[in-house]
Design a protein around this ligand. Sequence first.
Ligand SMILES: *Cc1c(COP(=O)(O)O)cnc(C)c1O
Length: 399
Amino acid sequence: MYPMTKKKIKKNGAGISTQAVHAGEIRYNEYGSITTPIVQTSTFIFKNTEEIKKLPQGIEGRFEYGRYGHPTQMAAERKLATIEGAEDAVLFSSGMSAITTAMFALLKAGDHVIITDDAYKRTLDFCVTCLERFQIECSVVKMCDYTAIKNAIKPNTRIFFSESPTNPYLNIMDLERLMRIFRGRNVRIISDSTFATPYNQKPLEFGIDLVIHSATKYLGGHNDLLAGVALGKKELTSQVREYLKITGGVIDPHSSYLLIRGLKTFELRMQRHNENGMKVAAYLESNRKVRRVYYPGLRSHPHHRIACQQMKGFGGVVTFEVRDDIDYVHRFLERLRMINIGPSLGGAESLITHPASISYYKCTREQRLRLGIKDGLIRLAVGIENAEDIIADIEQALG
Ligand SMILES: *Cc1c(COP(=O)(O)O)cnc(C)c1O
């Protein structure tokens, strides 16, 4: 009746590129299309009243209404779940939609949340300003201060939220140590793994309950879509999926397709991002005009050892400091020829951003410094161009 069959690939043990190319894809026998179709519809019609009568038992392969899920989304979800090694994946229209929906689904008034200070700014905003309005308490603790994390736990703590690596300093959370702190407690551990991707790090293997990615970044990989994903055990993701049906942050069919397409080259792109990140970081560290470089792959990074233990590679984001002078930084940005100035990361194109005058332009200098954002701080998201060309562009601009 519904001529869709899943492709059969071995789930465990297949290489990550094989998973990225084949997992989750729908083969439409009807058309024989090798690519998963973009099923561009808002609703799915009933063939007859017999189908309506079968609704309570559920019908394999039957969809109802776009907000409750659609075939292109389902294919992308299965692919992501396979790559991450998760039981289930739930896709959203953005990373923030994944984060907010997951938190709302798992929290209620009177609960307490712990989040690390070095987290994505909007996630922090959500916890500190939004959750509090719903009588959900939030403690912000210092990233990697394991004593502070332990001391922040209360009887009503239900979620611990963190990122690794973080933005912009690429701090690394020791996942094993973190799990030891929370062992035996009724607290869900959520990790935003956007900067690591499932190529470089698999938090679920450490016992993390829910992994979140902004799929806008490396997973999509081409700076052309917005998406987010929550992955974990079905017991948890099904609660999140039910809530998504209410909050409505569903991914559209076309973005689902772009994500599927972007993922085909996931491993190749990540290998290049890792390689480029390392080369550019090493170059920056050797440049006299650069005061400091933050990259977990460098020995000079405070969390280099733990990064080497729990990660396969260190990704494409390299943060560095030059002279603490906004005009000096702006002149440097002006002189770049290939590298574009803009937020985001994880796409084919290299992007550079200046946190003090872009992400934190509303803050006073004192507020920024309190958050650790110096005027000379620059974040470079290395793309998949040739490393020599990225380096040459920085070299002439620093010139
Ligand atoms: C970009 C980003 C987000 C937000 O994702 P969107 O897709 O932009 O909504 C969350 N966390 C991290 C670490 C990010 O880099």
